[in-house]
Design a protein around this ligand. Sequence first.
Ligand code: SAM
Ligand code: SF4
Ligand code: F3S
Length: 491
Amino acid sequence: MTENDPCKLNIQGADGEVPSPENSEARQAYFIRRMQAYVADKSLTMRRPLTACIVTFGCQMNARDSEKLAGVLKACGFVLQDDENADFVLYNTCTVRDNADQHVYGRLGRLHEYRRSNSFMKVALCGCMMQQSSCVEKIRRSYPFVSLIFGTYNIYCLPEYLWEVYHSRKRVIEIWDGSEQTSDALPAERKFSFKSGVNIMYGCNNFCSYCIVPYVRGRERSREPEDILREVRRLAASGVKEIMLLGQNVNSYGKTLEHPLTFAQLLEEVCAIDGIERIRFMSSHPKDLSDELIDTIARNPKVARHIHLALQSGSDRILTAMNRHYTKAHFLDLAGRIRGCIPDVAITTDIIAGFPGETAEDVDETIDVIEKVKFENAYTFIYSVRSGTPAAKMVQLPEEVKKENFDRILSAVQASSKERALALQGRCFEALAESLDEQQPGYVTGRLSDNMIVHFRGDASMIGHFYQVRLDECRGFYYFGTVINGQESAE
Ligand code: SAM
Ligand code: SF4
Ligand code: F3S
């Protein structure tokens, strides 16, 4: 089930003059109204609804953007579906690693097949990959059936682009280098009725030497706290119980505001909102995570017992080359303080294997951190060259060395996650029932505060509610459990 987020755009009213681009909210509302009329008319002549499908690649930021893009398509009158055999197909792309790019090219090739049976199909691409001119050029040359391309800064213009795509014979390609405007006013069609992401900031200023994100998402911009709190209140009023505050480095939230506010202060205010029962955030940078934040999490039971803290490497030499601005000792000390102050917290991480110059000794240092912190989970990536980043100009390791380093790190990570998961056996925690268990009829899948997945007996009526669950049987990285007393937890 999905629900519309309340939308700031006023899409009622008769068509008048096209509002100027400066008045972006009125302008996009105008094009939504025009598209509503167009889609209704087309549906009549085609004697079926017009369908749309959004495929999202990449991180939580992209997932949230896709909810807004879906909100626009729905407001225009398209019926949303998961099947890519639709009238309007939009890929919201990621370019963090080369395999993300390759994935999109592969999917586009297959999409071409669907177009043979539906000549009315329009294909559009947006997101981080489109901020790279080489990717846009390749699509322009090799995928002539793509009729719309836009980037990360102008997703709020989708209504206008839709109008152009359906009323001009030309391809629409609009990539911007930046924008003062955001997509905050767009309606959002949430994937889950009971949980939602909330952007608190955009972009990143850290320029880790391997990372493309600052180039495709721009400089760090924090949203005004009042706007964030208003959005969270509205979400709570529409039935949302869990929110995830989103930013590439939430710990530096608020520094650029006219009236600076720390992330811990913002979190405290979000905790005070009635109806919101669980608050997550993503991601934390180890250089900026403050004692104030650790204390705020420890004092507020609404804040999830889960901190995602990207390590990237345990070697000081590699951390310096990565431009991460912390040392192994700092990370270990920080993880120790977090575990010491927040009982039952899960610490998860990202690690890159095969960064230029990484030796077996550097990998030993990374494994040492894994064994000391005992991460509950870690996403391990093989380093991928991103052109235009400083690390792309460094001397690269041979593929087999990267793979060897990756395999060593992965086995350390798996041992650590297994040990952490097993330690929870027999204990009771609150789980939010999130979906029907796809593998096991008669079961639902829930998530604990620490992000552990647990499957337990249940049905669709339980989704979106909290239950006390005993963790009975560990299956590696998830649990089978039992609801205690069959009662929903007091919310
Ligand atoms: N801002 C987040 C942070 O610093 O925690 C990370 C966001 S990034 C989208 C997610 C992860 O992708 C990073 O933590 C890093 O491990 C990985 N990553 C980024 N660039 C990469 C590259 N060029 N090759 C491999 N992995 C990369
Ligand atoms: Fe990329 Fe570093 Fe920014 Fe994370 S903090 S998005 S890894 S540049
Ligand atoms: Fe990918 Fe862009 Fe996120 S590059 S990881 S979708 S910010």
